[in-house]
Design a protein around this ligand. Structure first.
Ligand code: HAM
Length: 419
């Protein structure tokens, strides 16, 4: 027996109501904040992610699915949505549109991670990007949209964590300070962090290893080392968050795992322990568009995992709307009546009623058993007598009462049930 590849799963019919609900709420919130949908290809040139996400990140170093196609092109399955959206922004000349350009996406992403609860190799994100403006009011709006999205889903007890990691002017000095701080204590760093100290010192701050965490707690804080412009930006962001009534915590260890971030970074976490607790995260990436070959263009965005949202909905016992099942089953008695049943079933569907019939030559008893198992509200039975009189036998499956009615009466009755 084949199984779905490790870290992937089938989204079965019983899981679909969660998906539909989350996607509908995502589209609603995107409309409220002025975002338009974009879909990018599921694979891109590998180089886009090397430059965009960053060669020193875990994603690029350990997690991308990369392959060569038959034409010798090096391609990578999309591990995240920001770099592709920025590529599309440049490719389609969106810098000539009124700024900021606001785009959202709902898509599958691929990362070769160690699968565990809430962490998969194929997962789905709702994400959005606001490209072309540096005003901190936009940072607050992007955070507010994420927060209001979770509120609209009914997810409560969330924490908003923010930090500012500076820009290309103030970050180098901060990184030097960080390196000096850690250099005196390298024996207490885990194996990975010893490498990070050289390659990507910012990531020392969010290592989950206990002794690294202890060191990180007293490490220099990026938000205390900002240049005047970044400090002003961070201060205004905090003011706007207060205006929006969004309670936040500042955590100097929040640095996020992608290289493109500048200034604001943020995450939203539910009140549960564990490495996979982050439900969504984002931040500003003022250098990314330029890195990809465009003019300097400030931008920021956010993404949240659909699977993690569904897990939170279930954990909080929040019900989601289910799609109604079929309303009516059409059964027949005898071969002539079968043709009339096929016709009636088709007529019902054309009139907007969800109708089922049994394939194969089945006895009436077997058809009724099948009708019962599908959970329909009504079953219609057509026999030779009904064909002659232009009527049907209507059985109410909840009361088991049966009556003879005309086809017109049937439609009126079903119309009432459909409302
Ligand atoms: P990220 O933090 O890598 O950011 O992913 C965002 C969200 O995607 C996570 O908070 C989580 O809910 C979900 N997620 C990530 N990896 C997995 C996984 N392996 N399995 C299940 N869910 C996962 C980004 O991707 C950035 N592009 C966000 C962004 C947009 N920043 C600016 N704009």
């Amino acid at each position: 027996m084949y199984q779905s590849p490790r870290g992937t799963s089938d989204i079965l019919p019983e899981e679909q109501p969660y998906r539909l609900y989350i996607e509908k709420k995502a589209a609603d919130i995107a409309r409220l904040y002025g975002y338009k949908r974009i879909d990018t290809p599921v694979f891109e040139d590998t180089e886009l992610f090397l430059r965009g996400v960053g060669g020193a990140t875990d994603i690029v170093q350990k997690e991308i699915y990369t392959f060569e196609d038959r034409g010798g092109n090096k391609l990578t399955l999309r591990p995240e949505g920001t770099a592709p959206v920025c590529r599309a922004y440049l490719e389609h000349g969106m810098q000539n549109l009124p700024q900021p350009v606001k785009l959202f996406y709902m898509e599958a992403n691929y990362r070769y991670e160690r699968p565990q609860s809430g962490r998969y190799r194929e997962f789905h994100q709702f994400g959005y990007e606001a490209i072309g403006d540096s005003d901190p009011v936009l940072d607050a709006e992007v955070i507010d949209m994420a927060w209001q999205f979770y509120v609209s889903l009914g997810i409560s007890q969330l924490h908003l964590i923010i930090n500012s990691i500076g820009c290309s002017h103030c970050r180098p000095q901060y990184l030097e300070k960080l390196k000096t701080y850690y250099s005196t204590d390298t024996q207490n760093l885990c194996k990975d962090c010893k490498i990070r100290l050289e390659k990507n010192p910012l990531r020392l701050l969010d290592c989950k290893n206990d002794s690294c965490r202890r060191l990180a707690a007293s490490a220099p804080k990026s938000y205390e080392e900002l240049c005047p412009e970044c400090a002003e930006h961070f201060s205004k962001l905090k003011t706007f968050l207060t205006v929006l009534n969004l309670p936040y915590e500042i955590d100097h260890c929040l640095v996020r795992g992608l290289d493109y971030y500048t200034r604001t970074v943020f995450e939203i976490q539910p009140e549960i322990e564990g490495a996979q607790s982050t439900i969504g995260g984002g931040g500003r990436y003022d250098g990314l568009i330029e890195e990809l070959g465009g003019k300097p263009t400030p931008a920021l965005g956010f993404a949240t995992g659909i699977e993690r949202i569904a897990a939170n909905l279930k954990r909080q016992n929040l019900s989601v709307p289910t799609t109604p099942g079929p309303l009516i089953f059409v059964a027949y008695l005898g071969e002539a009546a079968r043709e009339a049943a096929v016709n009636l079933c088709s007529q019902l569907r054309k009139s907007g009623f969800a109708a089922l019939q049994a394939p194969g030559s089945k006895s009436l008893k077997a058809q009724l058993r099948q009708a019962n198992s599908t959970g329909v509200r009504y079953t219609v039975i057509i026999g030779e007598e009904e064909i002659k009189t232009g009527t049907v036998q209507l059985r109410d499956m909840t009361t088991s009462q049966q009556e003879n009615i005309s086809a017109e009466q049937l439609k009126i009755l079903l119309g009432k049930s459909n409302q």
